[in-house]
Design a protein around this ligand. Structure first.
Ligand code: F0G
Length: 461
């Protein structure tokens, strides 16, 4: 199957605040006029509709849906990717065949969560597991696209500030594309699993004595001085690639949108991307209605929750963030304006959840045989709150976006099950409520009787 680019997706950059439409982006991906973020838009799409043009190969929704489905059986590497398969809804990258870096990302499963469904009283509950991507987090969908754009731009070095998953993903795609990668991570605040990935993929990994927001600050300065390609989610190519998670989800649901989609919120690139995809799919008549997109933050890292609930969306007050869900330990989210826009456009809600609620939700998702990392579990914890507030009703359908794999952060999981996670913290008393979910390993003498006794005890409990 050909990978020729279609001509209808000619995309342009636009500033989200002042509306300037620069021909290209600077190294920091910010508007040169006002300093805000840039996004891609597709002027050709509106033209199709204004012209009243007959649907052609790339504009007729049913033709697109068939084309995307057919690509699943293609042997072409781009067709096999769950990102590039949907390239009609993405900007073009010139000479794509030469520059595409793909690891067959996307193509992630949509699972039913029967136990969680019973616990929340939401019968129709699914999880789209983005942790089943090549580097085990949702970052790969945006990374394949943005790393390919870096390659096309002839960059030798790519760089990111990260809480661990972006860096793992970036290091992998850079290695595949023969580019060098520079990782800035907060010292001691990312999980071993994620750190080990960027080391193995050959990144220059700098652990800075600061938090994620401090790493972002230094990186922004760096890209203004050095010819280094910025791969954080302020890069609009990242957002475009990440849109495909929502497109693939709709395809998996036979283009019948659920009532709710729930995502974790950190730097807010993912929620922005999923929301953008939903709006564009509706614009292109691929779906007929919008799910409500809700965003959940950890209580200790809740600047967006406060932005919406305390400041009416008027401003975002940066904070010093703290949560055991280190992936979302972010106090100054770059994409908050984009996220606010899609939140309002879809009628979603923002919630915050406690550390114990996150840990309990993670164990509940694990008990469904799926598992995820702590930051992903905020979705289930948030759903419980949204059920209690009546925002999500029992008969409604809900999809949780699980962003990272269980094995990203085994330390958290082991400490939780051993009962050590909250020792000496403010959550210690509340943690007693989650004790029934703990499954600590039992150490026994190596004899059959001891194992049978353990089995009998487990059966009784
Ligand atoms: N879940 C996981 C597992 C993450 O790694 C992140 C962000 C998020 C959720 C939040 O997504 O930032 O798009 O709102 N991780 C980034 C990183 C910041 O550097 O890996 P977001």
């Amino acid at each position: 199957m050909s990978i020729a680019q279609n001509t209808e997706t000619t995309a342009k950059l636009r500033c989200i605040s002042c509306g300037a439409t620069p021909d290209s982006a600077g190294q920091d991906f910010r508007c040169t006029a006002c300093g805000d973020l840039l996004e891609f838009f597709f002027p050709g799409w509106t033209l199709d509709q204004l012209d009243g043009a007959k649907p052609c190969h790339h504009t007729d929704p049913s033709v697109l849906k068939d084309l995307w489905l057919k690509r699943r059986t293609s042997r072409d590497a781009l067709d096999q990717s769950g990102v590039w398969r949907f390239r009609e809804l993405l900007p073009q990258i010139p000479n794509l065949e030469e520059h595409a870096i793909t690891l067959r990302e996307g193509n992630t499963p949509l699972y039913r969560l029967p136990r969680c469904a019973r616990a929340t009283g939401v019968e129709n509950l699914h999880a789209k597991h983005q942790g089943m991507n090549p580097t085990a987090s949702f970052k790969d969908t945006g990374m394949t696209f943005a790393a390919s754009s870096a390659h096309q731009g002839g960059f030798k070095w790519v760089a990111c500030a990260s809480t661990g998953n972006t860096s793992a993903s970036m290091a992998s795609y850079a290695a595949r594309g023969n580019m060098h990668s520079l990782v800035l991570i907060p010292d001691g605040k990312i999980s071993w699993g994620k750190l080990s990935q960027s080391l193995d993929y050959g990144a220059l990994t700098c652990q800075l004595r600061t938090d994620f927001d401090g790493c972002v600050h230094i990186l922004n300065e760096l890209v203004r001085q050095k010819p280094v390609y910025l791969l954080n989610s302020v890069n609009p190519y990242r957002i475009e690639g990440q849109k495909t998670a929502a497109i693939e989800l709709m395809e998996q649901l036979a283009w019948e949108p659920p009532d709710h989609i729930i995502v974790p919120g950190g730097n807010l690139g993912n929620s922005s991307a999923i929301g953008k995809a939903l709006l564009e799919m509706r614009e292109r008549k691929l779906i007929s209605r919008l799910p409500k997109l809700s965003i959940i933050q950890a209580q200790g890292a809740n600047p967006f929750y406060r932005c919406v609930h305390e400041f009416g969306g008027k401003k975002l007050e940066p904070m010093t963030a703290d949560t055991l869900a280190t992936a979302i330990r972010i106090g100054n989210p770059a994409s908050w304006k984009k996220a606010l826009r899609v939140l309002q456009a879809t009628g979603g809600e923002v919630e915050q959840v406690t550390e114990v609620e996150i840990a309990a939700a993670k164990a509940e998702i694990g008990a469904d045989g799926i598992g995820c990392e702590p930051a992903s579990a905020v979705t289930l914890a948030g759903l419980k709150k949204l059920r209690r507030s009546g925002f999500v009703k029992a008969g409604e359908s809900v999809v949780l976006i699980l962003t990272g794999h269980l094995l990203k952060d085994p330390d958290f999981t082991i400490k939780f099950h051993r009962g050590d996670l909250f020792g000496g913290t403010a959550g210690e008393t509340e943690a007693a409520q989650a004790r029934y979910l703990q499954r600590a390993p039992v150490v026994l003498d190596a004899n059959l009787g001891a194992v049978i006794a353990a089995l009998d005890t487990a059966e009784k409990s």
